[in-house]
Design a protein around this ligand. Structure first.
Ligand SMILES: CC(C)(COP(=O)(O)OP(=O)(O)OC[C@H]1O[C@@H](n2cnc3c(N)ncnc32)[C@H](O)[C@@H]1O)[C@@H](O)C(=O)NCCC(=O)NCCS
Ligand SMILES: Nc1ncnc2c1ncn2[C@@H]1O[C@H](COP(=O)(O)OP(=O)(O)OP(=O)(O)O)[C@@H](O)[C@H]1O
Length: 204
């Protein structure tokens, strides 16, 4: 099974691109989604987060208060590393399980969508890396609009990741998402045809 790592900066359009590949028939595993699964009530990672950050990162119903935890970790690199030390092993384990299931199902190509593919050193687990690229100003605008963040909060999230210009240089393929949604879709369709369907007929 060929595993393509799909990465890019925050709000670059990874999820949007992945959905388009999925519509074309690709298998997709999304690290952000796994990150949500591993902190559900009852999961070991949630207990560890509470032990490290206190009850203030919980909602009254016992679920993780993501906004409260986000405010802490995107303002404090040491706190972010603590959180990553808890969540990343659990995310990686779950990703391996999902990849194994896809492999057993005879999947040809799977996308592993992960914002921190380079930062977390997961590149060795994928066969190639594709990067969704965006210029900084559009990135700030889309991030503020999607998450309702102030410019300052958006900038601190962006600063917690490897700069987009660096990520761009590391991609085997760069998907340019500065343009419209239609332009993104056109690139995805072309890549699907040229890089996946024509190379390996059949499902993803
Ligand atoms: C801090 C948390 C609770 C904030 O939750 P929130 O719902 O606001 O954001 P969400 O999880 O949807 O992430 C949005 C984007 O933030 C960026 N981001 C998330 N975690 C990190 C991080 N540790 N470092 C840098 N950027 C990050 C990514 O680009 C991600 O796509 C959450 O992001 C989290 O648990 N992060 C730690 C786990 C992690 O590293 N996830 C990234 C996938 S491996
Ligand atoms: N070409 C585009 N034109 C306009 N808006 C777009 C375009 N592509 C994506 N968006 C919007 O930009 C925002 C970020 O896109 P998306 O959520 O796909 O990014 P992401 O890389 O998965 O982000 P994150 O790292 O935070 O998970 C979303 O609100 C999405 O709808």
């Amino acid at each position: 099974m060929r595993i393509i790592g799909l990465t890019g900066g925050i709000a670059s359009g990874k999820t949007s691109a992945a959905h388009l590949f999925e519509e074309l028939g690709a298998a997709v595993i999304d690290a952000d989604q796994l990150a949500r699964e591993v902190v559900q009530p009852g999961e070991e990672a949630l207990a560890q987060i509470v032990a490290s950050f206190g009850e203030k990162v919980l909602n009254p119903d016992g679920t993780l208060n993501r906004a409260a935890l986000g405010e802490i970790v995107f303002a404090d690199p040491a706190a972010r590393r603590t959180l990553e030390g808890i969540t990343h092993p659990a995310i990686k384990k779950r990703a391996e399980e999902k990849l194994e299931r896809l492999r057993q199902a005879g999947t040809g190509t799977a996308f592993y969508v992960a914002p921190l593919l380079f930062e977390a050193g997961i590149t060795s687990r994928v066969h190639e890396v594709w990067v969704v690229y965006l210029d900084r100003e559009t990135q700030i605008e889309r991030l503020m609009a999607r998450d309702g963040l102030t410019r300052e909060a958006a900038l601190s999230r962006i600063a917690s990741q490897m700069p987009m210009e660096e990520k761009r240089k590391l991609g085997k393929i760069v998907i340019d998402n500065r343009g419209s949604r239609e332009a993104l879709e056109a690139q995805v369709r072309r890549l699907w045809r040229e890089e996946i369907a024509d190379r390996k007929p059949g499902r993803g």
